[in-house]
Design a protein around this ligand. Structure first.
Ligand code: PLP
Length: 397
């Protein structure tokens, strides 16, 4: 008889986005005339930039000619893309070998799959609130999870606690859901903790492209010593609007060893066994992101979202509402007005302003009383949503 992986029974039903959708649909059914604006979804809306489209087309043309047709490619990505990524890291002052970079179909898959190369006995440290994938993938493997409290007092940027011994540490900066970003000094504390405890940091840099202050790190490898204690995950999803096109990359440095084994070799072995690579066409499109025109064009889209973030933070500033994020991140995380609970505020925002956001407690206990808005909508919708927000929750109203 086949037995199931009973750890799946321990995964909490993630009702967050389904509950959001259910409540929004019920509201719409009761108020068909209402123009509901959605600022809750973490998906991009701007189309792929022209340079990427051109490269995708040329990739398709290559596949139609015998001399340029491609069958199975290297599981870890074509050199042309790995070399572009290497150059991209060099711009951040990080020197990598192209074979330290592994191309994949996105950061989410790699964040889950990387656990194949780690013991199930490892203790995992995750901040609370958190991107739920870190918790669920470890629960599926039966690992012990320890939570580290992020709150208003620490600016939602918890620092290492020497009384906690963790083997795997998740850090997401700029953070989803809070939008908070670690500075170099803070990340150095994490790297030092990992070096002292022989832990491995799993650094999620999915939102690095939103960092515009050059003093803030966009890669964990900007921190001395990180190549011996960290794996980095990144993606074209938010950088270049690839959420539906699918392409990401993971960096496993040669210098990273545990139990006398190279984690780069383990990951290569894992990927060549269980993964057959990203389509040539998509990799062609991804490489175009890092051409001079591509960089300029994706910047226009990122700036577009950043303007939306500013519309949101300007409103919160005027209303005197505490928030973090929004400056180097597409996410704005704020304390619910009038001490409302997350879901209470969700309903109030929907009823009074016809705006949908995401209740903070859906990301963990410490998210209670907080709320997430995203800047991925249009200028028009964001401005209108915040005009209504201000009218509904402004003190003079
Ligand atoms: N990491 C974080 C923190 C995210 O918020 C997301 C997507 O929302 C991902 C990773 C997944 O990215 P990808 O689209 O590359 O799978």
């Amino acid at each position: 008889m086949a037995h199931i992986n009973s750890n799946y029974l321990n995964i909490k039903e993630s009702y967050l986005f389904s509950e959001v959708a259910k409540r929004a649909a019920a509201f719409k059914a009761a108020h068909p005339e209402a123009d509901v604006i959605r600022l809750g979804i973490g998906d991009v809306t701007r189309p792929l930039c022209p340079k990427v489209i051109e490269a995708l087309h040329s990739g398709v043309d290559d596949m139609g000619k015998a001399e340029s047709f491609k069958g199975y490619g290297p599981e870890q990505g074509y050199d042309f893309l790995k070399n572009s990524l290497k150059d991209y890291y060099a711009l951040k002052g990080v020197e990598l070998d192209k074979d330290e970079i592994f191309v994949s179909d996105g950061a989410k898959s790699d964040l889950g799959n990387i656990l194949d190369i780690f013991s199930k006995d490892n203790v995992v440290l995750v901040p609370d609130p958190v991107y739920p994938v870190y918790v669920d993938t470890n629960t599926m493997d039966g690992r012990e999870i320890v939570y580290l409290e992020a709150n208003e007092a620490n600016g939602f940027l918890p620092l290492p606690d020497d009384s906690i011994k963790a083997d795997l540490i998740y850090i997401c900066s700029p953070n989803n859901p809070t939008g908070a970003v670690y500075n170099k000094e803070q990340l150095t504390q994490w790297v030092n903790y990992a070096l002292k405890n022989n832990s491995v940091i799993l650094f999620d840099a999915a939102y690095e492209c939103f960092v515009s202050d050059p003093s803030l790190p966009r890669s964990i490898y900007e921190i001395e010593g990180a190549k011996t204690c960290a794996i980095e995950f990144c993606s074209f999803s938010k950088t270049a609007g690839f959420t539906g096109t699918r392409c990401g990359y993971t960096v496993v440095p040669f210098a990273l060893e545990r139990d006398g084994c190279s984690l780069n070799k383990f990951w290569l072995r894992r990927q060549t066994t269980k993964f057959n690579g990203v389509s040539y066409i998509v990799q062609k499109g991804a490489a175009a992101v890092f051409t001079p025109d591509g960089i300029e064009q994706i910047k226009e889209n990122i700036d577009y979202y950043k303007q939306n973030a500013k519309t949101i933070t300007d409103t919160l500033d005027r209303l005197g509402i505490w928030y973090c994020g929004g400056k180097h991140s597409p996410y704005i995380w704020f304390r619910c007005p009038d001490n409302m609970g997350s879901w209470e505020f969700f309903d109030a925002l929907l009823e009074r302003a016809n705006v949908v956001g995401t209740p903070g407690e859906g990301f963990g206990e410490c998210g209670k009383g907080f709320f997430r808005l995203t800047s991925f909508s249009t200028h028009e919708n964001t401005q209108e949503a915040m005009r209504r927000f201000e009218k509904a929750f402004g003190k003079n109203d």
